[in-house]
Design a protein around this ligand. Structure first.
Ligand SMILES: C[S@@+](CC[C@H](N)C(=O)[O-])C[C@H]1O[C@@H](n2cnc3c(N)ncnc32)[C@H](O)[C@@H]1O
Ligand SMILES: [Zn+2]
Ligand SMILES: [Zn+2]
Length: 381
C-alpha cells in the first residue's frame, strides 16, 4: 500500500478549555462581537521573557546569599514546559495571558484566560494535513471557519445547505456539494441563495461516491484538486459508511488534501474510548495506526450479511459472502456481483484482501470473529 503523508488526527472540541497552544501555533481569533474571525500566531516571547527575568532575579538572589552556587543555578531549568518539537509549550496554568500576532497587520492582542476560552480557536492543518472528527453538527459548522479563501472545498452530504453557506466563496476559492438526494440538492441551492451562487465556483450534484466513485471523482475535481473535505453523511449508529467514505477520500484526493472534517458521533466516541487523546489539544496519539486498526475491525463483519448492502459501479449488489466469508461464495450461479471489492469498490480483489484494509507489514489479519482469519496473498515473483 502506498505510503501516505503523515496525517494528524484530532477530536474537536478538546475536553479542556482554553486549548493548549504552543509558541508559533496558527490560531483563529474571533472579534469581540464574534462576527469576524482573524488569523494569527501565538507568541509566547512575552511569557518566556517574563520567566527569564524571574529566573535571573532568582539567580541573582541566590548568588548574593551563596556565591559558590553560580553553575548550579544557571544549569537549573526554569519552569517552562519542555517542548515536544523544540518549541516551548504554553500551559494555561502557567500564565493567564497569551499574545496573538494578527496576520493581517501584525497587531498584537493580549488575551486573558477567559477571553481565550471565548475567542481563540486552533487553526488546523496549515502545515500538516489534519483529519478532525467532531460529534455534533454545531461544532462541524464552527469548523467551517478553518477554510481559507485559497481552499477548494468538497462537502459530502451537503443536505439543506446550512453548512454549505459557510463554505462557499468568498470564504473559499470553490465549493462542490454532493448528496444522494435530489430534493436536498435543490434545497441546498436555495439556502446558499442566488446572490452567493456563482456558476464558475459553485457546483452541486447528486452522486454517491460509494456507488459511483468514478463519476464522483470527476464531479469533485471540476474546479481542480480538492484541498478541504467536509463529510457528514448522517447516521450515528453505524460508522462503517463514514469509514468507507473517508477511505475513498484519502485514496482519491491524497496529494493535495490539507484538512478533512468528519461529523460522526460514533467515530468521535470510539476515538475517545480507545485512543489516547490530548485533553487540551484533541490530538490523537498515533492516529493513523488507530484508524487502520479500527477500520479493519469495523470493516470485517462477524457474519457476511452483517456488512451493509453495497452496489457495484455497474449497479449490481455486491456479494457479501464472496467478499467476507472465509470460504467465499458457495452459490454456483450467484446472481450478485463477484467483480468489485465490497469495501473500496475497486476491481480485482475481494474485501478480505483489500489493500486499503491491509498494511504492508501485515501477513495475517486476525479479526474479531474467530472463524474469519484473512491470509494476505503473498506476492509471487
Ligand atoms: C445529516 S445530513 C448533513 C447535514 C449538514 N452537514 C448540515 O450541516 O446541515 C446528511 C446528508 O447526507 C446525505 N447522504 C447520505 N449518504 C450519502 C452519501 N453516501 N453520499 C452523499 N451524501 C449522502 C443525506 O442525503 C443527507 O442529506
Ligand atoms: Zn456470490
Ligand atoms: Zn478493496
Amino acid at each position: 500500500m502506498k505510503r501516505r503523508r503523515e496525517i494528524e488526527w484530532r477530536v474537536y472540541p478538546p475536553k479542556k478549555k482554553p486549548f493548549a497552544f504552543s509558541n508559533g501555533d496558527d490560531v483563529l481569533v474571533k472579534s469581540k462581537d464574534g462576527k469576524t474571525t482573524y488569523r494569527g500566531k501565538i507568541r509566547l516571547e512575552d511569557l518566556l521573557q517574563a520567566k527569564q527575568e524571574l529566573k535571573k532575579a532568582a539567580t541573582d538572589e541566590e548568588q548574593l546569599s551563596n556565591p559558590g552556587s553560580k553553575d548550579q543555578a544557571t544549569n537549573c531549568d526554569s519552569k517552562a514546559t519542555p517542548a515536544v518539537d523544540g518549541r516551548s509549550s504554553f500551559s494555561p496554568k502557567s500564565s493567564s495571558n497569551v499574545s496573538v500576532v494578527l496576520s493581517k497587520d501584525q497587531t498584537v492582542l493580549q488575551l486573558s484566560k477567559k477571553e481565550q476560552s471565548r475567542r481563540l480557536l486552533p487553526s488546523f492543518a496549515l502545515q500538516t494535513p489534519n483529519i478532525v472528527v467532531t460529534p455534533e453538527t454545531n461544532f462541524f459548522r464552527i469548523l467551517a471557519k478553518q477554510v481559507t479563501a485559497e481552499d477548494r472545498v468538497l462537502e459530502i452530504g451537503c443536505s439543506t445547505g446550512e453548512t454549505s453557506k459557510l463554505l462557499v466563496p468568498p470564504n473559499s476559492a470553490s465549493w462542490v456539494g454532493l448528496d444522494t438526494s435530489e430534493q436536498m440538492m435543490e434545497q441546498c441551492k436555495t439556502t446558499i441563495g442566488k446572490k452567493r451562487w456563482n456558476e464558475d465556483t459553485c457546483h452541486v450534484t447528486v452522486v454517491d461516491a460509494l456507488v459511483d466513485p468514478i463519476k464522483a471523482k470527476q464531479e469533485c475535481t471540476i474546479h481542480g484538486a480538492v484541498t478541504v473535505v467536509f463529510i457528514d453523511i448522517g447516521g450515528n449508529r453505524e460508522c462503517i459508511g463514514v469509514l468507507r467514505m473517508l477511505s475513498w477520500v484519502l485514496e482519491t484526493f491524497d496529494q493535495h488534501l490539507r484538512l478533512i472534517v468528519v461529523k460522526s458521533r460514533e467515530l468521535a466516541q470510539s476515538i475517545q474510548a480507545s485512543a489516547s487523546v490530548g485533553e487540551g489539544t484533541g490530538l490523537v496519539e498515533n492516529g493513523n495506526e488507530w484508524f487502520a486498526k479500527h477500520r479493519k475491525k469495523r470493516a470485517f463483519p462477524k457474519h457476511p450479511l452483517k456488512a451493509p448492502m453495497a452496489t457495484s459501479p455497474k449497479g449490481m449488489p455486491i456479494c457479501r459472502y464472496y467478499n467476507y466469508h472465509k470460504e467465499g461464495c458457495s452459490k454456483a450461479d450467484c446472481p450478485y456481483d463477484h467483480e468489485y471489492c465490497h469495501f473500496c469498490l475497486k476491481q480485482g480483489h475481494i474485501a478480505r484482501n483489500c489493500p486499503t484494509l491491509i498494511d504492508d507489514d501485515d501477513t495475517t489479519v486476525v479479526l474479531d470473529s474467530p472463524e474469519v482469519v484473512v491470509e494476505k496473498e503473498t506476492k509471487k515473483s
